[in-house]
Design a protein around this ligand. Structure first.
Ligand SMILES: [Fe+2]
Length: 385
């Protein structure tokens, strides 16, 4: 099964086209979920100005790694307002929170901790859900997953859940919302999208549809991201990168991720490093490790040749092409600048345990054991593939 948003507005007039749709459909009451940071950055004003004449209400209480309490609060405000449309304006955390707000508006009795692909939620009867991403990388606008923080026995835990009902009905990809992303975030979110595409390509549930999206995403990122990093104000490059990040999101949301995300989640939690920065660091090592799988090897060879053909990479092995790309663009290729060897060794058993338990690892073409993960982490420390 493939699931995708029903409508995607893309380009420099995407927002106006979307507003035209709302007018045409007579959808007047708009509930916007966002965070205070975006309000301060002025991105919220772009949306609010465009919605002049609509009945709008804003919930800007989303915090990074949102808790269930935040979602409940947003849901209560939505129930009071009774919107026709819920808009998530922001990055991954805002979209996760907004999906929960949508559930709590439409079905207040639903227990968010029971979100599952096998349980009917019943959203969409009162309102439509719209995502307007303000970063180019997470792919949250097209994915079915949500991550919430819960408190259990005095400990903060993250829970990752998902349902096909939680895929946005409409996505608005307007480059005006990403034009001021700083250089480091442009790099790390772009490398996150690259990791999504490379993992989606060889995931155990990949298919022709996801392959097509993944291959085009990888080629685009190799072409666009280096130009964009040198020319951050280029709105056309921003537009293309925004679209590409969504395509990579469509690929992995329909095929799965893999060990780079499993390791990235574990290392990110242990070392407090940006998600895109750490998953891309692990990627060349994981690709080399996955070479023992014949089907993965064939797909890596295909994309390797395409990158050479498009003059986007040297004629070398795919893991080397990735390593050079990530290094040259300003990503990290070793852990030794991030953590000392002693500190890493102390945390190694926790990192291995978290990696093995990570749900993304299920989709990796090769199933790693404890020893394999330990070896990979130590290679990453040294920076040698
Ligand atoms: Fe990611």
């Amino acid at each position: 099964m493939f699931t995708l948003p029903r409508q995607i507005y893309e380009g420099e007039t995407a927002l106006e086209e979307f507003i035209g749709f709302l007018e045409q459909e007579g959808l007047k009451k708009i509930f916007i979920v966002t965070d205070k940071n975006l309000v301060e950055l002025g991105l919220f004003d772009i949306l609010l100005n465009a919605l002049d004449g609509f009945d709008t209400k804003v919930f800007d209480g989303v915090v990074p790694e949102p808790t269930l309490e935040v979602v409940e609060e947003g849901g209560k405000k939505a129930r009071e307002f009774k919107p026709d449309v819920i808009i998530a304006l922001g990055g991954g955390s805002v979209m996760d929170a907004a999906k929960g707000v949508w559930i709590k508006y439409e079905n207040p009795e639903f227990d968010l901790e029971t979100i599952s692909p096998f349980r009917r939620i019943g959203v969409g009867k009162k309102s439509i859900f719209v995502s307007i991403p303000t970063t180019s990388g997470t792919g949250s606008e097209v994915t079915l997953g949500v991550v919430y923080t819960v408190e259990r026995e005095g400990r903060r835990e993250k829970i990752a859940l998902g349902s096909f009902e939680l895929i946005s009905n409409i996505v608005v990809l307007d480059p005006r919302f990403v034009k001021d992303l700083p250089k480091s975030l442009t790099i790390f979110t772009g490398l996150d999208a690259l990791t999504h595409a490379v993992e989606a390509l060889v995931a155990t549930t990949a298919n022709d549809f996801t392959d097509a999206l993944a291959i085009k995403s990888i080629i685009n990122i190799f072409e666009i991201l280096p130009k964009l990093v040198k020319d951050l104000d280029n709105i056309e490059l921003r537009r293309r990168m925004h679209l590409t990040a969504m395509m990579a999101g469509m690929a992995f949301s329909n095929s799965g991720l893999g060990l780079a995300h499993g390791l990235g989640h574990a290392l990110g939690a242990a070392l407090h490093v940006h998600h895109g920065r750490i998953v891309s660091l692990t990627l060349p090592y994981v690709v080399k490790y996955n070479m023992s799988d014949e089907a993965a090897r064939e797909k890596y060879e295909l994309i390797r040749r395409l990158l050479v053909l498009h003059k986007l990479a040297e004629d070398t092995e795919f893991h080397n092409q990735l390593y050079s790309f990530i290094k040259n663009i300003g990503g990290d290729v070793s852990l030794n600048k991030i953590v000392s060897k002693d500190a890493l060794v102390k945390k190694l058993s926790d990192i291995v345990e978290l990696t093995i338990q990570d749900p993304d690892v299920i989709y990796n073409p090769v199933t790693p054991d404890v020893e394999a993960i330990e070896q990979l982490v130590m290679k990453m420390y040294e920076g040698e593939l």
